[in-house]
Design a protein around this ligand. Structure first.
Ligand code: ZN
Length: 344
């Protein structure tokens, strides 16, 4: 079963931790790389450009779930964020030139690349920290292949508020889109850049819906089972379905359950429980996967992309039929994206 995945941080991992991304992407290091993708049937996904506070290697091995509640960081400097975003777009271009990925900007190339031995990459900006009020960096990134944008990561930008990593509260933690944020959303709609609401406050989420766009949360789970600000209430899941949008199951241990938040540990059964609930509320046509590979601690049994078949096996064992598994693993995302990207 081939997988199209709603979110990964492979480009950020390489930018932060590798002096030779093309060489290292061919090694079985990290969650996503060529050998793990081939072994696990990962045909493509959203690849995030992410601006960290400091450029230092990611390490989830020493992850301590108990330390996860944290205050919202301040805004990131626009120029500093731009260095990270451009650097990671450069890595994507190098991986494409090396024959590992295709940066897909239309439905035809997405469909072709997904079933090829190259990974189909939809370039995503996770947090618009690098875009100023003139929005010019958006046009530059669009020209580099960007087709998806999260208005915020879990920090504020001039466009809106992100949710903190906080348990016991839903996403109603701050304000909605600013006037600049509404202009950014309108410009994205003009260009054909999808808006991702993962990390956005609940008010921001409703503001995106009020702009008439499909509501998409590429890597967010159900709040009913994991009570933290990064997850979606049932009302949000229903709105996603009504808008013709998508929610992607986030594998991060901390978002799967309240226990996962406390301990930093989770298993495949937690993933299945989340899928059951998300499907029950949003319907089976609006749910996909959004792993957060290379961006978060992973559950037992699905430590990296090479272990994706374990999740598929757990779906089978739980009684999901072949048609439903295909929808969850790739069809729903590919249907949504082929409509979104169109002829390019
Ligand atoms: Zn994220």
């Amino acid at each position: 079963m081939l997988v199209f995945d709603g979110h990964n941080d492979a480009l950020g991992r390489l930018w932060c931790g590798s002096d030779n991304p093309v060489r290292d992407f061919a090694q079985p290091v990290g969650h996503i790389n060529m050998p793990h993708a081939a072994a696990g049937g990962l045909g493509g996904g959203f690849f995030a450009l992410y601006s960290p506070e400091t450029r230092a290697p990611f390490d989830f091995d020493s992850f301590d779930g108990g330390q996860f509640d944290m205050p919202l960081p301040p805004k990131l400097d626009e120029a500093q964020a731009l260095v990270a975003a451009i650097g990671q777009a450069g890595i994507a271009a190098q991986l494409q030139a090396a024959g590992y990925i295709d940066i897909c900007t239309d439905a035809q190339s997405l469909a072709r690349s997904f079933v090829s031995d190259r990974m189909a990459c939809v370039l995503h900006l996770e947090g618009a920290d690098c875009i100023g009020p003139d929005l010019l960096a958006l046009d530059a990134l669009y020209a580099m292949g960007l087709r998806s944008l999260g208005i915020v990561w879990s920090r504020p930008t001039i466009f809106g508020d992100g949710v903190p990593f906080q348990s016991g509260v839903d996403g109603d933690t701050g304000g909605g889109l600013t006037e600049d944020g509404k202009r950014l959303v309108a410009r994205c709609a003009e260009l054909g850049v999808m808006i991702d609401t993962s990390h956005l406050t609940m008010q921001g989420f409703w503001d995106v819906g009020a702009a008439g766009l499909p509501l998409v949360a590429t890597h967010s789970n159900a709040y009913a089972l994991g009570r933290n600000a990064r997850n979606l209430t049932d009302a949000q899941l229903r709105a996603i379905a009504q808008s013709g949008g998508m929610a992607g199951l986030n594998f991060a241990t901390v978002f799967l359950s309240d226990d996962g938040w406390r301990t930093g540990k989770a298993g495949l059964d937690d993933c299945i429980r989340q899928l059951d609930h998300m499907i029950e509320v949003a319907g089976e046509d609006h749910i996909g996967l959004g792993s957060d590979f290379d961006g978060a601690p992973m559950p037992e049994g699905i430590a990296h992309a090479g272990e994706l078949p374990n999740l598929v096996a757990a779906m089978h064992a739980h009684g999901y039929g072949e048609a439903l598994i295909a929808k969850l693993c790739n069809e729903n995302w590919l249907t949504f994206l082929s409509r979104h990207l169109g002829d390019g």
